[in-house]
Design a protein. Structure first.
Length: 528
């Protein structure tokens, strides 16, 4: 009876019960279990930051002249999102619905820019407290409750360390309240946003794990020192470092995949079939797709693939596409064009486009032929006639890129090339040149005609400058694009979120990377 009472007391105080499995060597479920990233960070910390720290704590309170919440909503409504961003961030002003994890993930990617737009005065985050909440509002009541909870926890902590505290220590606890300084909160949010971006990458190095966890730990401790109301998740996430060393990046353990597949299963019409009939059908399909994929990986790993191997690989990829009713992004690295291109001649578009394409191809094919302009009749060589197919959009490495001049492509016209150089895509072309030599296949080039964004040293420095690389953010002049340039379609390297921002009566474009592959690499600096 005494043992049972002791066990109940331990369970009540510690949340643990004895099990016969404890006899097993190495049985440590608390250490071997993971903190699930999706629920802990996106549905835990990011949601809490928005709902509690920013809104309920009154950090977005306005005055008669300045209304940060209205600025915030206007900012989010003006964003230009990549086409693959299916679920956009929730509205903070209405607070309706139950936002999903990927909505919070998209929101935290640009929240630091949104808060700069909402709080900044003359281009700087003010170093003063947010306006107080009105006494007749729900936020005022919530703040009083959180302050009472804060003081109670601080007193409990003080008494645990010292059963007889001094009057000064007691007074300090009884007068404790949340720090509502906007500049200090913004600094913590910057560090937190950088930590989330680093740690939520699909591919991550041990050094990036260490950097991300240090930033996350410092951010959570800063909020604790500032007297913010926090949940247990703010403690749990500080165990990510050892967890990622043992189990790999968050993609290996988080629940996004389970949620996605559950959503697919929920949409299946089972026609009231019971008794395991539907389950067996789904399992057979699953094993078929899995075996196909594993066979593709096995053939790709062969050191010297034959022509038969290549044919088998193509058939297996086609079969896998059909089974998945989509594109095999992880296997295929080819360009996928739309089915109905527009045939045209580059001279019919403009002489400039013909000339820059001609110069690019003359250099590209210089080892094969001597290319001449269409009107050049002198010397040896072949005349480039400028025949091409124009596409509204293409798929490359699972991402859709579109042409600014095409109705179906302009929603995907912004992209990065060669790493992190933002451009607007004007044309997506497949240019062909018919050879004069008999029985010789035509030369074909897949090209994008782009215009670079423009930036210079006159663009003001933003408070996120020290974290810019980790946040994947850069600033450019709005509606100002460089001259047309020809690049291979394979140079397209990703998408970004475009945020228009007015700073000192000057319109800028803030580009934030929309890429979950891996943390940003540091920019090489020339010491000379």
């Amino acid at each position: 009876m005494q043992t049972l009472q002791t066990a109940d007391a331990i369970h009540e105080n510690r949340g643990a019960r004895w099990s016969a499995l404890n006899y097993l060597p190495g049985w440590m479920p608390a250490r071997s279990s993971v903190v699930e990233f999706m629920h802990a960070v996106f549905l835990g910390l990011v949601k809490h930051l928005n709902k509690i720290i920013l809104i309920k704590s009154g950090l977005l309170n306005g005055t008669r002249l300045v209304k940060p919440m209205d600025r915030l909503e206007a900012f989010f409504s003006g964003l230009v999102w990549p086409v693959e961003a299916n679920r956009l961030p929730p509205s903070l002003s209405t607070g309706k619905g139950s936002p999903k994890a990927d909505q919070w993930r998209n929101q935290i990617a640009v929240l630091f820019v949104a808060l700069y737009d909402a709080w900044a005065v003359d281009g700087e985050i003010p170093d003063h407290n947010a306006p107080p909440s009105a006494s007749n509002t729900k936020n005022f009541t919530a703040q009083a409750t959180m302050q009472k909870t804060l003081r109670s926890r601080l007193l409990e902590h003080l008494l645990a360390r010292n059963a007889h505290p001094s009057d000064a220590e007691t007074e300090r606890v009884n007068s404790a309240k949340m720090d509502r300084n906007l500049r200090r909160h913004y600094a913590v949010i910057l560090e937190f946003s950088a930590a989330v971006r680093i740690l939520s990458s699909q591919s991550i190095s041990p050094n990036d794990v260490r950097r991300g966890c240090v930033a996350l730990s410092h951010a959570t401790q800063s909020w604790a020192r500032m007297g913010c109301h926090l949940t247990p998740y703010f403690h749990f996430v500080n165990h990510f470092e050892q967890q990622m060393y043992e189990f790999g990046p968050c993609y290996a353990t988080w629940a996004f995949a389970f949620k996605r597949h559950n959503g697919k299963l929920a949409k299946i019409n089972h026609n009231q079939h019971k008794g395991g009939e539907l389950e067996a059908t789904l399992m057979r399909r699953w094993w078929s797709i899995t075996f196909n994929y594993e066979l593709i990986l096995h053939i790709e790993a062969l050191p010297n693939r034959t022509e038969d191997d290549e044919d088998s690989l193509r058939l297996l990829r086609m079969s896998l596409k059909t089974q998945q009713k989509g594109r095999l992004n992880v296997v295929e690295d080819d360009i996928t064009f739309t089915k109905h291109p527009k045939k045209l001649n580059l001279l019919a578009i403009s002489n400039n486009i013909y000339q820059i394409t001609y110069r690019y191809l003359r250099n590209k094919w210089s080892a094969i032929i001597n290319l001449k302009t269409s009107t050049n009749i002198l010397g040896d060589g072949e005349n480039f006639m400028g025949n091409a197919r124009s596409y509204s959009h293409v798929w490359l490495r699972g991402l859709r890129y579109g042409s600014a001049i095409a109705h179906r492509g302009k929603s995907a016209r912004y992209a990065y090339i060669n790493g992190r150089q933002p451009v607007e895509i004007q044309y997506l072309l497949q240019v062909s040149h018919d050879r004069r030599v008999a029985d010789t296949a035509p030369l074909i080039a897949d090209l994008a005609i782009v215009r670079h964004f423009i930036s210079d040293d006159n663009i003001p420095e933003f408070p996120w400058a020290l974290w810019a690389t980790d946040l994947g953010v850069s600033a450019w002049y709005a509606d100002q694009l460089d001259d047309l340039e020809v690049v291979p379609i394979s140079a397209l390297s990703g998408h970004f979120i475009l945020a228009p921002l007015n700073v000192h009566d000057k319109m800028l474009w803030i580009a934030v990377v929309y890429d979950h592959g891996n943390p940003e690499a540091d920019v090489d600096v020339d010491d000379d």
